[in-house]
Design a binder for this molecule. Structure first.
Ligand code: DSN
Length: 494
C-alpha cells in the first residue's frame, strides 16, 4: 500500500499536460468546444460538435424503440438513472473508500456512495452484520475482487460448466473441437485458459443433470467432496431454474470452501422477492446492476462485514484505478426505484411473462424448452428438434424485430459460435409495460420466423448468405412491421 500511495503522489505533482488535448482540438477545428455550445439551430452540444457520434446514438435509440429487446441480460433504464450516469460525477477520481480517499474533493462523492450502500442494504434486506461494496465496474471484476480477497493463486475453484449456463469468470477453459463428454457430470477444463480465472486458479466445473437439465445437488456434493475446492460458485447466464442456496452452502461448509452466489441475472428478482435470495446464506453475493436490477451499468458485492473489508482492499489497490462515480450514482437512483412497490410488481410480471412465453412455446408450437420451463426471467430453447441452428434463428428473429441471442444448451456438442439453442428474456419488454397478451403474440411471431427458417430455400445455406437472404424475406419484413407497431404502443421514454 505504501508503494501505491507514493506512486500516486508522484503523479499528482506532475504539471497537467494539456498539449495533446489542445492539438487535437485545433486539428479538428473545434477550439471553442470546451465552452457551452451556442448555435442558432437548437442543436444539442453533441449534435453540433460531433454529428457522427450523435447520429449513431440516434439510430441506436430508434433501434431500441422499434424492436423488442429480449436479450435476457439487458434492460432499459429510467431517464433519472441515465441522467445520473451521464453526469459530471464521471469527472472525479475517488480512490479509496468513503471518508478515506486518496484524493481531495470527495465530500459529495462520499455521500453518493454511502447512499448507494444504504439503498443496497435496504434492497437486499441485508443482515446487520453484512455490508456492500458498490465500486466494482462489472460482474467479472466483482468476481475477480472476491477471488483476490479470499483465495491464493493456484487454489481450486468450482463453478457451473459454462455451456450448461455458467459464466466465463467462474473458471472457464476449454480445448477447441473437443466438447466435454455429455455423459460426465464434471469437466476439468481444457488447454485454452481463456479467462483470467482459469489462468490463475485451478478450476473444475459441475454440470446439470443430463435428463432434467437441472442441478443435481448430490452430484455437486460428490464432486466437491473429492476435489475440495476453496470456493464453490453458483449462478450464471442461462440457468432458468432457482438454485437451492442452503444446500450449496451446506456442501461448501462440508468441504471447507467459501460459497459465492453470483446473482447477476436475477438480482432484481431477488430484491423484489420474486425468486429466493442467497443473502445471509452464501458467504458472498455478487451481481451486476444493469440486468433485472435495472439500475445502470455497474456491480455490487454483498457479504459479512469482515469479508467486505477484505474485498474493499482487493478492489483498491488490488484491481481498480478508480471507481466510476457516475455509475455508482446510477445504481443509487436505480435502487431507489427498486425499493418501491411498483418494482416488486414489475419483477413479478417479468417472471410471469417468461413463464407464459415458455408455456406458449411448448404447448402451442412444440418448442423444446430446456428444463421444461423457467422460474425466472429467461427461457432457454433447445432447437435440435426444429433442425434450425441457434445462430440462424436469432439472426432471422433480429430481422423480424425480436432481439435475442444464440446460446449453448446443456450437453451441447456444438461450439458457442454455432450452438444448438436460443436464449430469450423478458426484463426489457416488461419495463415497456408488456404483459401476457403481448407475450402470446411474440410467441406466435417466433414460431412464424422459425417456420420461415425451415423453408427449403434456407436448407444447407451458408450463414453469410442466409443473413442477407433472410433480411429480404417479405414475411420477415411483414413481421418486423407488426413488431414495430406493437413497440409503438409501448414507447420507451428515451
Ligand atoms: N454477457 C452477460 C449475459 O448476457 O448473460 C453475462 O456476462
Amino acid at each position: 500500500m505504501e508503494e501505491y500511495i507514493t506512486a500516486n503522489q508522484d503523479n499528482n505533482n506532475n504539471t497537467p499536460n494539456t498539449t495533446s488535448y489542445q492539438t487535437i482540438q485545433s486539428a479538428n477545428n473545434l477550439a471553442a468546444s470546451t465552452l457551452p455550445t451556442q448555435n442558432s439551430t437548437n442543436q444539442s452540444p453533441l449534435q453540433a460538435q460531433d454529428p457522427e457520434v450523435y447520429n449513431l446514438i440516434k439510430q441506436e435509440e430508434q433501434r431500441q424503440q422499434h424492436k423488442l429487446s429480449m436479450i435476457a441480460s439487458e434492460n432499459f433504464f429510467s431517464k433519472a438513472v441515465r441522467e445520473a450516469t451521464g453526469s459530471v460525477l464521471s469527472n472525479k477520481y475517488s480512490e479509496g473508500n468513503t471518508g478515506k480517499r486518496y484524493y481531495e474533493g470527495n465530500e459529495f462523492i462520499d455521500q453518493i456512495e454511502l447512499l448507494t450502500i444504504a439503498r443496497a442494504k435496504e434492497a437486499f434486506n441485508l443482515p446487520d452484520d453484512w455490508s456492500a461494496n458498490v465500486q466494482t465496474l462489472s460482474g467479472s471484476t466483482a468476481n475477480l475482487s472476491v477471488y483476490l480477497a479470499l483465495l491464493n493463486i493456484g487454489d481450486f475453484i468450482m463453478g457451473m460448466y459454462l455451456p450448461d449456463g455458467g459464466h466465463l469468470s467462474h473458471g472457464w477453459s476449454y480445448t477447441p473441437k473437443q466438447p466435454a463428454d455429455p455423459k460426465k457430470t464434471v469437466y476439468y477444463g481444457g488447454k485454452n485458459k481463456v479467462n483470467i480465472s482459469s489462468k490463475i486458479f485451478n478450476t473444475i466445473s459441475y454440470k446439470v443433470d443430463p435428463v432434467t437439465k437441472q442441478f443435481d445437488y448430490d452430484e455437486v456434493e460428490r464432486i466437491a467432496t473429492l476435489q475440495k475446492p476453496k470456493l464453490l460458485i453458483t449462478g450464471g447466464t442461462a440457468y432458468p431454474r432457482n438454485i437451492d442456496y442452503k444446500r450449496m452452502k451446506q456442501i461448501a461448509t462440508k468441504v471447507g470452501a467459501y460459497y459465492l452466489a453470483d446473482v447477476a441475472h436475477e438480482a432484481g428478482l431477488v430484491a423484489a422477492g420474486a425468486v429466493p435470495s442467497p443473502v445471509g446464506i452464501a458467504d458472498v453475493v455478487t451481481m451486476t446492476t444493469h440486468k433485472t436490477l435495472r439500475s445502470g451499468r455497474s456491480a455490487i458485492i454483498l457479504a459479512h462485514k469482515d469479508i467486505i473489508k477484505k474485498i474493499n482492499k482487493a478492489v483498491l489497490p488490488g484491481l481498480l484505478g478508480g471507481p466510476f462515480n457516475h455509475a455508482i450514482a446510477g445504481v443509487a437512483v436505480g435502487l431507489k426505484e427498486v425499493n418501491t412497490p411498483q418494482f416488486k410488481e414489475y419483477a413479478q410480471q417479468v417472471v410471469k411473462n417468461a413463464q407464459h412465453l415458455a408455456n406458449e412455446l411448448i404447448t402451442k408450437y412444440q418448442f423444446n424448452v430446456v428444463s421444461g420451463g423457467t422460474d425466472k426471467h429467461l427461457v432457454l430453447i433447445d432447437l435440435t428438434n426444429k433442425n434450425v441452428p441457434g445462430r440462424f434463428f436469432s439472426k432471422a428473429l433480429d430481422h423480424a424485430g425480436i432481439v435475442s441471442n444464440y446460446n449453448t444448451i446443456p450437453g451441447d456438442l456444438k461450439p458457442p459460435l454455432n450452438p444448438s439453442g436460443l436464449r430469450i428474456g423478458t426484463p426489457w419488454i416488461t419495463t415497456r409495460g408488456m404483459k401476457e397478451e403481448q407475450i402470446t403474440q411474440i410467441a406466435s411471431w417466433m414460431d412464424q420466423v422459425l417456420k420461415i427458417c425451415q423453408e427449403d430455400r434456407y436448407q444447407g445455406i451458408k450463414f453469410k448468405d442466409f443473413k442477407i437472404e433472410i433480411k429480404q424475406n417479405i414475411e420477415i419484413q411483414r413481421i418486423a412491421k407488426e413488431v414495430k407497431q406493437l413497440c409503438l404502443q409501448f414507447p420507451l421514454d428515451i
